[in-house]
Design a protein around this ligand. Structure first.
Ligand code: SF4
Length: 511
């Protein structure tokens, strides 16, 4: 049997399809175990998108009279699911308003097996949809719909309409599970004709029976969550690997254009380039750090830091944008804050740690704002990294809560962007030309790089938070996820405090 995952792999890379058909695929770890997901698998591409815990409810609300056919896992379950599908389709009853089959299972005589997201009723036949929790579809979606349409036709079904159901970003969730209107339809009929599905199925079978296709490295190896066989291909070809990590002294540290000039001049890395070659102060500082093998900090930073009073606040925020909104009054993909962490240092050297993590019950923004204002107080600088993000979230909260706006807006001028300070005055060789939070963490607090989210194999705080909201999740797993998120926040503010210590000129950070 061939299915739409086979088609997706074959269309992306025949070798990937071939390896998968030979059973050499990796296994995913399901969310409910507390491990959000494991290695790069096909599932991870979808899981990386934060759909939100309401996706089942959203689809059912759009088709209130739907028959839901659970995903089959064994041949016996497939047979039962196909029989269930045929029973639903064969009923003589007039389809009521909102009738549909969610997860219709069909097999064609040319041995293609499909599970169709939505089959509903039109005036002249069936309406077939693929559901995509995204604002746009892609070529793989059109391929899948083409295959489903092919199988439905081979099974004798009259399909009147084919399309995608995409998330409508104008939708505002009114609450109480009312998701009707979340999806918008996109008609795929005009583009399906160019897809020769029958010929594809024949070619896929020939491929599966043939010899192992050679590795053909390219963008397809890393797109949509990455290929599960990337390590196999790296082993059999030098060029199959994604770009190797940039060496610390790579010419690219000073930018691609300048790197090209330096290469023309005969340099292979930055060790051989004389400092006067660089007119840009930032480049000169970086190259000096690389050539000395230790960090460089401009001495004037200490004076800038000394001018900043106490209490000093180190702040990190986390936000999430669910495809299917969870909280009433919010839209799909709206950026919503769910966690803050703030360390407050006194002039005497004491540090008080504060944090907020939404419990998932109701829109957390007001409690988020109130508790944050309390932690920030009314005086003292607020340090953040790439602070435009924090400023924008505070502005959004001020726009949403008129009564809190004066206090939230009063925080804005207190924000000090450590990214700007780092970029203008600091370089450590391990940063390899990057000023991302991860790179600067590697420089100032390498022992904090192993995040609590890594320990639960969560790819991001957003994924861990979304997982913690899953209905039916057991209490222990939910608590593990929340603990990991709180620890993650604390480690991030710890990195900010290490940065402050560096900029204050703490000598041991510069050895
Ligand atoms: S790593 Fe790339 S070349 Fe290798 S199987 Fe996967 S997609 Fe194909």
């Amino acid at each position: 049997m061939l299915n739409h995952d086979d088609l997706r792999r074959w269309r992306a890379c025949t070798r990937r399809f071939w390896l998968h058909r030979r059973g050499e695929h990796a296994a995913a770890v399901p969310c409910a175990t507390g491990k959000v997901h494991a290695v790069a698998t096909d599932a991870s591409a979808e899981a990386a998108v934060i759909h939100g815990p309401g996706i089942d409810a959203a689809l059912r609300a759009s088709f209130p009279g739907a028959q839901v056919i659970a995903a089959p896992n064994t041949p016996a379950e497939w047979n039962a699911a196909m029989q269930h599908t045929l029973d639903c389709l064969g009923s003589d009853r007039v389809a009521p308003e909102g009738w549909a089959i969610l997860g219709a299972c069909l097999t064609s005589e040319d041995r293609a097996q499909v599970r169709i997201d939505v089959l509903s009723c039109g005036e002249r036949g069936l309406r077939l949809f693929k559901v995509r929790y995204a604002t746009v579809g892609d070529e793989a979606d059109v391929d899948a719909v083409a295959l489903w349409t092919h199988v439905a036709a081979r099974c004798g079904l009259r399909v009147q309409h084919v399309g995608l159901l995409l998330v409508d970003t104008d939708f505002i969730y009114p609450g109480h599970g009312c998701y009707a209107g979340l999806f918008r339809e996109v008609d795929l009929a005009p583009v399906l004709g160019s897809r020769p599905v029958a010929a594809w199925l024949t070619a896929m079978r020939d491929c599966a029976r043939g010899p192992q296709p050679p590795a053909s490295p390219g963008l397809h190896c890393t797109q949509s969550g990455g290929c599960e066989f990337i390590h196999d291909c790296q082993a059999c070809t030098q060029t199959a690997s994604a770009l190797p990590p940039a060496p610390l002294a790579s010419l690219e540290v000073v930018g691609r254009a300048l790197a090209a000039e330096l290469r023309e001049e005969g340099h292979v890395d930055l060790h051989s380039v004389a400092l006067p070659r660089f007119s840009n102060t930032r480049h000169r500082r970086a190259v000096r750090a690389i050539q000395q093998g230790r960090p460089v900090l401009d001495p004037e930073v200490a004076a800038l830091m000394q001018a900043l009073p106490y209490p000093r606040h180190s702040l990190r925020l986390d936000t999430i944008g669910f495809a299917v909104p969870v909280w009433a009054g919010t839209r799909p993909y709206q950026v919503l804050p769910f966690q803050w962490t703030c360390d407050v240092q006194s002039a005497a050297g004491d540090c008080a740690r504060h944090a907020f993590l939404a419990d998932g019950v109701g829109d957390p923004r007001r409690v988020f704002a109130l508790t944050l204002l309390q932690a920030l107080g009314s005086t003292g600088p607020v340090f953040a990294y790439n602070a435009g993000f924090e400023r924008n979230r505070l502005r959004e909260l001020a726009q949403h809560f008129d009564d809190l706006a004066p206090a939230l807006e009063a925080v804005l001028p207190r924000i000090v962007d450590l990214f700007q300070l780092a970029r203008a005055h600091y370089y450590h060789p391990v940063m390899a030309g990057s000023w991302s939070f991860k790179s600067i963490s590697r420089a100032v607090a390498p022992e904090l790089l192993l995040d609590s989210l890594d320990e639960i194999q969560a790819p991001s705080a957003q994924a861990a938070f979304a997982c913690s909201l899953q209905p039916g999740l057991d209490t222990l797993t939910r608590q593990q996820l929340r603990t990991a998120l709180l620890t993650h926040g604390q480690r991030q503010t710890e990195v900010l405090r290490r940065m402050l210590a560096v900029f204050d000129g703490a000598p041991h950070f510069l050895d």
